[in-house]
Ligand binder design. Structure first.
Ligand SMILES: O=C(O)CCC(=O)C(=O)O
Ligand SMILES: [Fe+2]
Length: 328
């Protein structure tokens, strides 16, 4: 599960290549210099950058911990303390003049807890907020901080839907086979609307006892395909027992992990410029692969604040995230 090294993505619709290089910059014991470009200045600059990014990241994590009413060290400790890793990615987007809007990095949230991004002087990074794409300000004197999934995971896919609409509408085949929310396990095509009923256990005989298709709540009813609900289509429900209603509320809203519901991961994408090459350098903060994390114990303070997510070993979590598999 190591992503270090060069990757190239061919954007066939544009006849363009987008290049990426991944390499760790911290901790020193996890740095493979053979992957770094062979250039002394590169090494010096990146080592210095790593030490600054680590300091900045730890400071921001302290502030984020304090905002949660926790000890300053809480989030860093929850991520694995000094074993926390910093993974640099270099994105290279060539100029692309084909269309008005060319997406170089499709809508996504980053996998770890937090990302730090700098870019060259070409704008392109956009964040999805209030149903709109907002251009981030292009600056060479600041660092963009992106709250990512390990702190809080957003499962509704409004931005993803929006992007599919604008970018993929041309592609007839895809249009017919779009799997909303990309739940590969469930393979559900996008419904226009979702109606939720209560069914008795006797329906298991007809529908099959397939956990990928059925979610069981309480003792006396079944809800089918909550993934539909998570895909952001309008949903209506017949009156449900309180217990079921609270599960629906929870599933329909954004899901969170380490902050047990307090922070929100930012959906973003990168567009390509018509004339200029764009480069960006995100640094992803990550737990080490064998580290187990979950909602921080300090945030679990009784029934109201019971842990909302099961703990994960970071490696399993990352694999599932990258393959877009369910995490519950
Ligand atoms: O290029 C950018 O500005 C964003 C890249 C990004 O979000 C990523 O690589 O995860
Ligand atoms: Fe990203």
């Amino acid at each position: 599960m190591d992503v270090e090294g060069y990757r190239t993505k061919f954007k066939k619709d544009l006849d363009a290549l987008v290049d990426h290089l991944f390499h760790r910059i911290w901790p020193p014991s996890r740095v493979s210099y053979r992957i770094w470009p062979k250039n002394l200045t590169y090494r010096e600059v990146n080592e210095e950058y790593a030490s600054h990014i680590k300091k900045l990241s730890e400071k921001i994590m302290e502030w984020l911990s304090e905002r949660l009413g926790l000890r300053r060290e809480a989030l860093k400790e929850g991520l694995g303390g000094e074993a926390v890793e910093y993974l640099m990615k270099i994105n290279y987007y060539p100029p692309c003049s084909d269309q008005d809007l060319v997406v170089g990095a499709p809508v996504h949230t980053d996998v770890g807890p937090i990302t730090f991004l700098v870019a060259n002087e070409v704008s392109g990074l956009q964040a999805f907020k209030d149903n709109h794409w907002i251009d981030t300000k292009c600056t060479t004197s600041g660092i963009i901080v992106i709250i990512s999934d390990q702190f809080r995971e957003k499962r509704s896919t409004d931005a993803e839907k929006d992007e599919k609409k604008t970018v993929e509408m041309k592609d007839e085949e895809k249009k017919q086979n779009v799997v909303y929310g990309k739940q590969q396990e469930q393979q559900i095509k996008k419904p226009v609307v979702c109606g939720i009923a209560s069914l008795g256990y006797d329906h298991i005989e007809i529908l099959g006892n397939n956990k990928k298709l059925l979610h069981y709540f309480g003792l006396n009813f079944i809800l089918i395909d909550l993934s539909v609900l998570l895909s952001g289509v309008p949903a209506f429900t017949m009156p449900q027992p309180d217990e079921a209603m609270s599960v629906l509320d929870e599933k329909a809203s954004e899901l969170e992990r380490m902050s047990n519901g307090k922070y929100k991961s930012a959906e973003h994408r990168a567009t390509m410029d018509k004339e200029k090459t764009r480069m960006s350098w995100p640094v992803f903060v990550e737990s080490s692969l064998d580290h187990e994390f979950g909602s921080l114990p300090e945030l679990i303070t009784g029934d109201d604040n019971a842990p909302k997510f099961k703990p994960f070993v970071y490696k399993d979590y990352k694999v599932r995230k990258l393959k877009k598999l369910a995490l519950d």
